[in-house]
Design a protein around this ligand. Structure first.
Ligand SMILES: Cc1ncc(COP(=O)(O)O)c(C=O)c1O
Length: 480
């Protein structure tokens, strides 16, 4: 069994095993002609259930053969140009290389004595990101597992910096289309059920600052304490960007923490064309960035950044066995002092390899391409009488709904769109997402693949129309 341990004596075994895995994935990617096979849970589950985990195969090739059956064959492939659903990006090769290196060396970024250079690399990437945002000389931050964790940590700091210890009095302001992790964070932070005040959005799905001002004023009059405003730079559904400069003004006026959730919009930090769309982000007290959304990084890769490094002390705990207080005096850089996690992956290495091989402009160019594609998709949808499209994209998302010529009942139109999404998924020809707008069911393209073309968009729209019409035809047959 020791031959499976990765060490100085097993380098050849390691090279062969990993190469074999890489070959399989490369062959799979090359041969994948659809984003999904359409496999059902009922078809796939028995294959996995049938495997006896107490009966090992003792052979890498056999295990990879089995993996083909239970995973690779039916995986949902984000690299495919017709995967248009959620906030998943195709990944860049330098980052995948970084992933291979980081898992083999297996550094843990909690303490210097478990990561050495890794700690410094992560710190440099945090400084780089903070400088791109413009957070100023006292900025700091830490890599996290994702936007959910980044938002949670930012709001923890905001809670600790708030002007009261009375949790029942604290209020967080976020738009009605902000990410649900804000609500979850409030719950985890012990705030009351009504702690998150939902601020309405305008027709472009951006927070209404007049409504925010009114809500902040009411909060003050009611003797409550505004703990934070969460501005979203790239909402999950619409990619809309809240008016950051105006929100920053209000935060200053009401002496409130400004958190900018740029989990999606952070790609603009590298943009060559559209960086100005997130002007105002530099005024935040904290920022969430998800490199695994718009920097083409493999999951996970995210960070929370803060304007004032001192606020990270609210996440600090000194354990004698790991990061005793004396290490601070000795100036030993232990990232665990800033993190909610203890053992932590060296995810930063993926971004490091990306910047060293491609450069930030390379990433920015790819992100600009998907923003341009979305603008083109918007023009196509707006000119197509078969569809109703919701907002012109600020990033790379399109929300729309098929409107059959002969049907006026909104509930029937809902059902036709729901059916079209399901049927498309079952066919595997394309994968699209869905959401609700004003209580009605809509479909969503999240365009994060620069390989997707306008021809792909047109073809998928035709497929959607075809499935929706099929549903309506069958529905008429059922009625008659
Ligand atoms: C705006 C926004 N914030 C936060 C998140 C949560 O990020 P993660 O899925 O990385 O936890 C998402 C996820 O889609 C998001 O769109």
């Amino acid at each position: 069994m020791r031959s499976h341990l990765l060490n100085d004596t097993t380098a050849e075994h390691y090279r062969r095993s990993v190469t074999e895995g890489v070959e399989r994935v490369a062959a799979k990617l090359a041969a994948t002609d659809r984003p999904f096979t359409g496999v059902t849970v009922d078809a796939l589950a028995p294959r996995i259930t049938a495997i006896d985990l107490d009966e090992p195969l003792h052979d890498t090739t056999a295990a990879l053969d089995e993996l083909e059956e239970v995973y690779l064959r039916d995986a949902v492939y984000f690299h495919h140009p017709r995967y248009l659903a959620h906030l998943n990006c195709p990944v860049v090769i330098p980052a995948v290389l970084g992933e291979a290196v980081l898992s083999a060396v297996n550094s843990s970024l909690d303490t210097w004595d478990q990561s050495a250079g890794g700690t410094l690399i992560e710190r440099k990437l945090i400084d780089w990101t903070a400088a791109r945002i413009g957070l100023g000389p006292a900025a700091d931050g830490v890599f996290t597992s994702g936007g959910t964790q980044s938002n949670l940590q930012a709001l923890l700091l905001a809670r600790e910096e708030a002007k009261t210890d009375d949790l029942a009095k604290l209020r967080i302001f976020a738009s009605e289309v902000s990410h649900f992790s804000v609500q979850k964070s409030a719950k985890l932070l012990g705030l009351g059920p009504g702690a998150v005040v939902t601020v309405p959005v305008d027709q472009d799905k951006r927070m209404r600052t007049v409504a925010l001002a009114r809500a902040l004023e009411r909060c003050r009059q009611d003797g409550l304490v505004p703990m934070a405003v969460v501005a979203t730079a790239g909402t999950t559904d619409f990619g809309s960007i809240d008016p950051l400069p105006e929100i920053a003004e209000l935060c200053e006026q009401f002496d409130t923490w400004l958190h900018v959730d740029a989990a999606y919009g952070c790609g603009l930090l590298a943009s060559l064309k559209y960086r100005d769309r997130i002007t105002g982000i530099e005024r935040a007290d904290s920022v969430t960035v998800d490199y695994h959304k718009s920097f083409f990084q493999p999951v996970s890769s995210s960070a929370v950044l803060v304007r004032d490094a001192a606020t990270l002390r609210h996440a600090t705990y000194h354990a004698e066995y790991l990061n005793p207080r004396r290490m601070v005096q000795e100036r030993i850089p232990n990232q665990v002092d800033k993190s909610l996690q203890t053992t932590r992956r060296f995810d930063a290495l993926k971004l490091w390899m990306t910047l060293r091989v491609m450069g930030a402009d390379g990433i920015g160019q790819l992100f600009d391409e998907v923003c341009d594609l979305a603008a083109e998709g918007w023009r196509l949808l707006a000119a197509d009488p078969r569809f109703d499209v919701v907002v012109a994209p600020s990033l790379s998302t399109l929300v729309f709904r098929y409107i059959p010529a002969a049907v006026t009942d909104p509930a029937e139109i809902d059902r036709a769109n729901l059916y079209a999404r399901k049927a498309l998924f079952a066919s595997g020809d394309a994968v699209v997402a869905g959401t609700k707008v004003a209580g009605r069911h809509y479909l969503k393209f999240t365009l994060l693949n620069p390989e997707t073309t306008t021809a792909d968009i047109t073809a998928v729209l035709d497929l959607i129309a075809g499935h929706a019409e099929q549903y309506l035809g069958d529905s008429l047959d059922r009625a008659s």
